[in-house]
Design a protein around this ligand. Structure first.
Ligand code: NDP
Length: 292
């Protein structure tokens, strides 16, 4: 695509930004769809974040993503915040409005679309979330929003799991979520219930190059898993996924979450809907890039 007077700019605010796959997603989309937009990473320090958002608006930038460590702090610079993003407490997508940017959390929406693409239902299901960092908050909101019957959130630092459970139970007005220490997962195996768990692996354990690391290595745990979703996508098959599969469970990685958070952001920026055929082309490019 030739850059000319009609080219619109999209970008990413983060620190660091060197390893991001977002330019690949968005520039591929512009290319395939013939939309005259360019997506650029902007290495932005937290001290300059508010000025960066203001400057982006003045420069007529159509939309932005925010990544680590700006997903919370950027909320103070927005004119409006989507309900889900506000409840999660994190924004990763800024959509231009008449007066400034509106914030969304397309990580949560992307994970939701990944589950739909695999036919994984959460309605009335028993769910375990491993981890209570930034990504786990989005997972927790999605599980509550999709009507899970019981959600156990397990974390090494129990206080972080407790805060998420309190926030989500308060927001949704029901006591669906329970916080536990990671080491206490054995209590869940003793429950005399036939239904297996849908498990989200949202810790950073198992991320390359620590491919053989896993948050729980007890095979009895995996006997109680029906579907395991690891948010990690590098390696493509994590140890957590291998243990799920060895126990006969389905297992998926987080690459489609990454894909769809980008697709949904692009849909919001351009007010369009992107077909699965186009999404599949972008997915293949992502796959190629993480395998290089
Ligand atoms: P955070 O740093 O916010 O959270 C890390 C989590 O991992 C915490 O719960 C932390 O526990 C836990 N953890 C880390 N090391 C250990 C350990 N040795 N033992 C026990 N627990 C540990 O990260 P994020 O929430 O942002 O990301 C989590 C993962 O999700 C990452 O691997 C990231 O790559 C992936 N991700 C994938 C996305 C996608 O699009 N597919 C999007 C976002 C994230 P504690 O609180 O006790 O420190």
């Amino acid at each position: 695509m030739e850059i000319n007077g009609k080219t619109r700019l999209l970008g990413l605010l983060g620190d660091p930004v060197q390893h991001t796959l977002s330019p690949l997603i968005h520039n591929t989309l512009s290319d395939i769809l013939g939309i005259n937009e360019v997506y650029v990473p902007f290495h932005t320090h937290k001290e300059g974040l508010a000025d960066a958002v203001k400057g982006a608006f003045e420069l007529n930038i159509l939309g932005m993503n925010a990544t680590v460590p700006h997903k919370n702090e950027i909320m103070a610079s927005l004119v409006d915040i989507d309900e889900g993003a506000a409840a999660i407490g994190a924004v990763n997508t800024l959509v231009r409005t008449a007066n400034g940017y509106k914030g969304y959390n397309t990580d949560m929406m992307g994970l939701s679309r990944e589950l739909e693409s695999y036919g994984v239902e959460l309605d009335s299901k028993r769910v375990i979330i491993l981890g209570a960092g930034g990504a786990a908050r989005a997972v927790a909101y999605m599980c509550m929003n999709k009507g899970a019957d019981k959600v156990y959130i397990l974390n090494r630092t129990i206080e972080k799991a407790q805060t998420i459970a309190e926030d989500m139970n308060g927001h949704f007005g029901r006591e669906t979520m329970t916080a536990m220490r990671l080491g206490d997962y054995g209590q869940l195996l003793q429950e005399n219930v036939d239904d297996k768990f849908v498990v989200f692996q949202s810790t950073s354990i198992g991320l390359a190059p620590n491919n053989e690391a896993v948050v729980i290595d007890n095979p009895h745990f995996y006997d109680r898993v029906s579907v395991g979703i690891d948010l990690i996508y590098n390696p493509f098959e994590t140890k957590f996924m291998k243990l799920c599969r060895q126990a006969g469970a389905l297992a998926y990685n987080g690459l489609r979450m990454l894909l769809y958070q980008g697709i949904i952001a692009y849909e919001l920026w351009n007010d369009i809907s992107i077909s699965e055929d186009v999404a599949d082309i972008v997915y293949d490019r992502l796959l190629q890039s993480i395998r290089e």
